[in-house]
Design a protein around this ligand. Structure first.
Ligand code: MN
Length: 707
């Protein structure tokens, strides 16, 4: 497992399984990295490029494809040398550039603030961030080399990296079935975190091994020779548990070191599946099998695709002998998991997408599972890991939230808290302001900006995807609409009552209750909502409510003239809207029309669309404190000259006014009509703008479009 020392040595390995062109491309990536990292050194003093070379070497030992190896060579180039992704893309193609970029992003992820319960989310996040599973494989190899060379780092940093390796990277390796990598992560991580314990166990293992060395070797040879005499091509190996698993067994299962070690373990690698069973028969005739200990994981593979025959026999002095029998392919799959999949498919076209490979791997496991008919749990988790339907994003404090794919900052805000969602006005994604509608991606940090007066926007429903966000927005809008309706209905009715010299508050409860009952209303609010929605005319209702007074009063009210107009403040909300036909602005005389769908629609009083609705009109006026910007349409007649529209637009913008729409229409060879929609505050504001426009040379006429 020694890291490859030189590019020439690596090239030798590559030629054994890649074609000449692919091997040369890897070499070219090496020289690119060497130049990019020129002058940089590792903590150990070696030139920096030895690191990417070693990372590529690790992947070459797993027989990974040439693009993974190129990405390994270049994996620190973006981060450490300032060379851009695009430059890598030009040199080595978009796939390699994507891989390098993916590894860089993973490297940038901060695991510092890691709480233990979050570790699993971090693992999922790392997998979700890598659209190409090879990104993970390169990252694992990178981490493996860093772990192997951890000794030169300061204690604190080494411990932090070791912790992260045990919490994040070892479990990821396990999820992907890469047991060799996982075990090395665990032993190196254990050694860095608990140097004393690890050294003590190591010493104990060495002592135990020394005591039994001869005995084990004799047994190994005896098995090997016996099997060869029977005509089997086999390799018999002694097998030892790795440090960290011994430690875990002692800690979790409270077993003594002696108990764990007091066993002889061998692995027999054979040439075919058939041979596995023949060899099993042979060893069973050499030692007495322990009843019930035989396991056929070839016919019934383990959930992660592991295949092998297991048996336990009784050796001398009653010490058990554990034997595993498997083919080389099974051995590779047990050691390298998903990476072994590249090995066995390396003859095929490497253009085969990485995710297709990953899918194949999962598919393969799935088929074995179905034959075996046991739990699908592992498969489900692997499938979810590789093709997640979720994204994982950070809160500013480092908490991880899981959201469905295509979720936006609005979903995020509601996931944090309903109040945050309701008061949300803007967001920062990775510290930059971003639209609320932008779909989030795994690994991003999202911050929600809130404002106390803010309310949910109906437009959010276009892009909020979570049930929580959507139901909260709906709920708020419904409630808001109701509140708006009630208050609008109240003010309409109050104004109408005023023309009878009365106020709503003056009416006695008894009288109101009688009236509501007679008109079949459950509550006063329902009546007010009906008025606001235009289902009842306020003047008529006021008359009914005021009518049963004395005759004189009635006579008085009949002659009191026009109803008091309702004042419009521009902040009424959902139950008031402005007509698109005549575009009323503050200062214009206005009239309202009660629509059952839209509440009160404000028109200019001369608008001809009002004529059809004479019986549903309501008197309105602008409040002195009216707020907001209102759309208005202008028609400008100009001479046909180059650049006229730009002159007009610049003049308008210079007054701080926004143009919403602009269109032109050729009148004849001499004149053009320019139609503009812009936002103004009121008539005075509009008049000022029109004056400025008229002062432009070659502008003949400026008129407000009346419809
Ligand atoms: Mn690196």
């Amino acid at each position: 497992m020694a890291a490859t020392q030189t590019i020439d040595a690596l090239h030798g390995t590559l030629k054994s399984y890649l074609n000449a062109d692919q091997a040369n491309q890897v070499k070219r990536a090496y020289f690119f990295a060497e130049q990019a990292h020129y002058g940089q050194r590792r903590r150990s003093g070696e030139p920096y490029v030895t690191h990417p070379l070693a990372v590529a070497g690790i992947l070459a030992d797993m027989h990974m494809d040439h693009q993974s190896l190129m990405a390994a060579m270049l994996h620190d180039v973006i981060e450490d040398t300032g060379i851009e992704k695009a430059a890598i893309g030009e040199q080595f193609g978009p796939t390699v550039a994507e891989l390098v970029d993916g590894v860089s992003k993973l490297t940038l992820m901060e695991f510092d603030t890691l709480e233990e319960k979050q570790a699993e989310n971090f693992q999922k996040m790392a997998l979700a961030m890598a659209r190409d599973i090879r990104v993970i494989l390169v990252k694992l190899a990178d981490r493996l080399h860093n772990m192997r060379t951890l000794g030169v780092l300061s204690n604190d940093k080494a411990r932090r990296i070791a912790r992260e390796t045990l919490d994040i990277y070892a479990p990821i390796a396990m999820r992907l079935g890469m047991n060799n990598v996982r075990m090395e992560f665990e032993d190196l991580g254990f050694g860095a975190l608990y140097p004393m314990r690890s050294r003590r166990i190591e010493t104990a293992i060495r002592a135990a091994r020394g005591n039994r060395k001869e005995l084990v070797e004799n047994m190994r040879q005896q098995i090997q020779e016996t099997l060869e005499q029977e005509g089997h091509q086999v390799q018999v190996r002694g097998r030892e548990k790795h440090l960290y698993s011994i430690y875990q067994k002692m800690k979790v299962k409270h077993k003594s070191f002696a108990e764990i070690m007091d066993i002889y373990a061998f692995r027999i690698i054979v040439d075919s599946v058939d041979t596995c069973y023949r060899v099993l028969g042979c060893v069973h005739s050499m030692y007495k099998p322990v009843p019930g200990s035989f396991k056929d994981y070839i016919a019934i593979p383990k959930a992660n695709g592991y295949q092998s025959l297991h048996t336990v026999m009784m050796g001398m002095h009653g010490v058990p002998i554990e034997i595993q029998i498997r083919t080389q392919a099974m051995e590779d799959m047990a050691n390298n998991g998903i990476a072994a999949h590249w090995l066995y498919k390396s003859d095929e076209h490497t253009t085969n997408g990485s995710h297709t490979r990953a899918r194949d791997w999962v598919q393969g496991l799935l088929e074995m599972q179905q034959q075996a008919g046991n739990s699908l749990e592992f498969i489900d988790s692997v499938k979810m890991d590789l093709f997640p339907d979720e994204i994982y994003v950070f809160t500013p404090k480092g908490r991880i939230l899981e959201l469905p794919r295509r979720a936006t900052a609005v979903d995020f805000a509601y996931a944090v808290h309903t109040d945050v969602g309701n008061a949300c006005v803007a967001c920062r994604i990775n510290r930059r302001l971003a639209p609320l509608s932008q779909p989030l991606e795994s690994g991003q940090t999202v911050e929600i900006l809130t404002s106390s007066g803010a309310r949910p926007n109906p437009a959010w429903l276009d892009y909020a995807v979570t049930a929580k966000a959507r139901s909260n927005i709906h709920h708020f809008l419904k409630r808001q609409t109701r509140e708006d309706s009630v208050s609008l209905g109240r003010s309409l009715l109050d104004k109408a009552l005023a023309s009878h010299g009365q106020e709503l508050d003056d009416l006695s409860d008894v009288k109101l209750a009688e009236f509501l009952a007679a008109q079949h209303y459950d509550s006063m609010e329902d009546l007010l909502i009906d008025i606001a929605r235009g289902n009842r005319l306020p003047a008529f209702t006021a008359q009914q409510l005021a009518a049963p007074e004395s005759v004189e009063d009635e006579a008085l009210s009949a002659h009191s003239g026009e109803a008091q107009p309702v004042a419009i403040k521009g902040t009424e909300g959902f139950m008031l809207s402005y007509a698109k036909c005549c575009h009323p602005i503050p200062g214009d005389p206005i009239l309202g029309y009660l629509s059952s769908e839209k509440g009160v629609v404000v028109h200019r009083d001369q608008c001809k669309n009002l004529r059809e609705h004479a019986e549903r009109l309501v008197a309105l006026r602008w409040d002195d404190e009216v707020q907001g910007d209102y759309p208005v349409n202008l028609r400008i007649e100009v001479e046909n000259r180059r650049g006229m529209i730009a002159v007009i637009a610049t003049r308008i913008n210079s007054m701080g006014v926004n143009i919403e729409k602009i269109s032109t229409e050729h009148k004849d060879h001499q004149f053009t009509y320019v139609t503009l929609e812009m936002m103004v505050q009121n008539r005075v504001h509009l008049a000022r703008i029109m004056r400025r426009l008229r002062s432009i040379t070659h502008v003949l006429k400026v008129t407000r479009i009346k419809n």
